[in-house]
Design a protein around this ligand. Structure first.
Ligand code: HXC
Length: 514
């Protein structure tokens, strides 16, 4: 008797595991996509998956829906482990009604989100959906809003990662948009609020889904996606990598990796800064020399290349790196770099990840384009994000630290714990030429050879101010250090800050200039 009932259960679970059936699974594979179940199995440690709600079905009878019932209702929800750490994951199943979101589909996701919050573990969403279940109308819209609300409540409490691995259109984009990271798969995923057809009707513009909202468009143009990958397998590998750099929740830190002390000197660093202050160099070389081998994980690489952000480890400890890149726009801060930097700083701060800032910034990018696009408000985001951050913060100035950008890039004045400079650092209100043109204007104009006079004044100003010693004399810089010693100093400094306690004034919440 019992065996019969067990067989019945097994049949139901087998049906559930088949999703929309073998034909639709084949069609999913033909598009180069994995099924929801294959994705989750690839993501979670082998044998760790515990599925929830496998027998949930929709409650609609309109439009003949009572004839089409699929166990699981188009979304797989489960908990399990990644790197032996608990995570919660939902994966929309495109083989069931195109992964569209019904009332019950939304309930399953909400239940999972509630569990993730209650148990303090990351939430991973694998999105692949035709949007609101058309046969359900407003019930489906309500389901979306229930998810958005939970995304916001969970923000800053548990890490939330969204992978877009198929369609994600209309209001559905706003759940990923609220989460901490969006990953997209090239050529098989897209995100937009209104698709190519509506765009054509309203604006007459003809554009493909890929060009409008594909992985590349969002990684490089809009900045919506932080990471992209060539296929599903790579995307899942990136999620796992990301999880390794995030804590379980805002009360915890990222687990340290074991580290064996070695020769921490980096003699090659002394040769990296060019003789001419106007010549660029690749900041990534400095980052790679300072952090643990193969630990640097760049985020948002294709967007605003003038600032580099990413996770890394230093002596086994997880840190966030924020660095100006002299190779792009001379490392100037502009609207996009400020937004990118600010977002990353806040991500690090809410998840207790200490920060290393490496600075070579000639200032904010000038121009009407920048002013009209709000460099004031957007630059303020970066300033605000650093000032508000309570995690350990260290700044290293390799070369330029000019003007307002000096203040913004994690200066001592806005709460940085340790500020170092290399002997090549230039810390001043502005560059020597610009400064000379202003303060020696009359002398230069009345000189027999104004060009030679400007050059002389420029040299005079540079000799006086283009160095780290005025800042060091004021204590704005804790130490001027040799490049070769930097990694060693950073290891000690971060270790000394492990128990740092800092609190913001009591408030409801701040009012960051959004
Ligand atoms: C119900 C849907 C569906 C939906 C797809 N299907 N989208 N069922 N509700 N929203 C079903 C199809 O009927 C089909 O069923 C199966 O999923 C696969 O769809 P295809 O069209 O065959 O696949 P494909 O050619 O790959 O095209 C995928 C698609 C397209 C681009 C997503 O299906 C599509 O345009 N769907 C509608 C998208 C949409 O307008 N959604 C509502 C948006 S409004 P069978 O049985 O044949 O396998 C919205 C608001 C959210 O989402 C607001 C939140 C605030």
């Amino acid at each position: 008797m019992m065996q019969k009932k067990i067989d019945e259960l097994r049949d139901k679970l087998r049906l559930s595991a088949q999703g929309g059936g073998s034909k639709r699974i084949d069609s999913q594979h033909a598009k180069g996509k994995l099924t929801a179940r294959e994705r989750v199995e690839l993501l979670l440690d082998p044998g760790s998956m515990e599925e929830l709600g496998a027998l949930v079905t929709h409650r609609t009878s309109d439009f003949g829906m009572n004839e089409q019932v699929f166990y699981g209702d188009g979304v797989l929800t489960a908990y399990g482990t990644v790197h032996q750490r608990l995570v919660y994951v939902f994966a929309q199943d495109f083989t069931v009604f195109g992964g569209s979101l019904s009332e019950t589909h939304a309930e399953k996701i909400c239940r999972l989100m509630d569990l993730a919050m209650r148990n303090g573990a990351p939430l991973i969403g694998l999105n692949d959906s035709g949007g609101a279940r058309i046969q359900e109308g407003v019930r489906s819209l309500g389901g979306y809003a229930d998810i958005f609300y939970r995304n916001v409540r969970a923000s800053g409490v548990i890490p939330q990662i969204s992978a877009v691995m198929g369609p994600c259109a209309g209001g559905a984009v706003y759940s990923p948009a609220i989460t901490d990271f969006i990953l997209m798969v090239e050529h098989s995923s897209y995100m937009f609020v209104t698709g190519p057809n509506v765009v054509k009707t309203v604006t007459n513009e003809e554009i493909s889904s890929e060009d409008l909202g594909g992985a590349h468009a969002h990684a490089s143009k809009s900045g919506v996606a932080q990471l992209t990958s060539a296929n599903d397998v790579e995307c899942i590998a990136q999620i796992k990598k990301l999880i390794a750099y995030l804590p379980q929740n805002c009360e915890e830190s990222v687990p340290d990796l074991e580290y064996e002390a070695a020769d921490e000197r980096r003699p090659g660093l002394a040769d990296l800064i060019p003789v001419s202050p106007n010549q660029p160099y690749d900041m990534k070389e400095i980052i790679l020399s300072l952090v643990d081998a193969e630990s640097f994980f760049e985020i948002h690489e294709e967007y605003a290349g003038n600032i580099i952000v990413g996770f890394a480890r230093i002596a086994g400890r997880c840190i966030g790196v924020i660095a100006n890149q002299p190779m792009v726009l001379a490392g100037c801060l502009d609207v996009n770099a400020s937004k990118k930097g600010a977002r990353f700083v806040r991500t690090c701060d809410c998840f207790n990840i200490p920060m290393l800032v490496i600075e070579d910034v000639p200032g904010f990018l000038p121009g009407s384009d920048q002013e009209w696009n709000g460099i004031i408000t957007n630059g303020a985001k970066l300033l605000y994000a650093f000032s508000e951050a309570t995690v350990p913060r260290i700044c290293l100035i390799t070369r330029k630290a000019y003007g307002g950008a000096y203040d913004v890039m994690n200066s001592k004045h806005i709460g940085s714990d340790f500020n170092y400079a290399w002997p090549s650092a230039e810390i001043a209100v502005m560059g020597a030429r610009g400064a000379s043109e202003i303060i020696f204007k009359k002398e230069i104009e009345s000189a027999n050879d104004p060009a030679a006079a400007l050059l002389e004044k420029e040299r005079e100003y540079a000799d006086k101010f283009a160095n780290p010693y005025h800042a060091a004399a004021r204590g704005f810089i804790d130490e001027v250090i040799e490049p070769s010693q930097t990694r060693f100093k950073l290891i000690r400094a971060f270790a000394s800050l492990v128990n740092k306690v800092d609190q913001l004034p009591r408030k409801k919440h701040g009012n960051i200039p959004l």
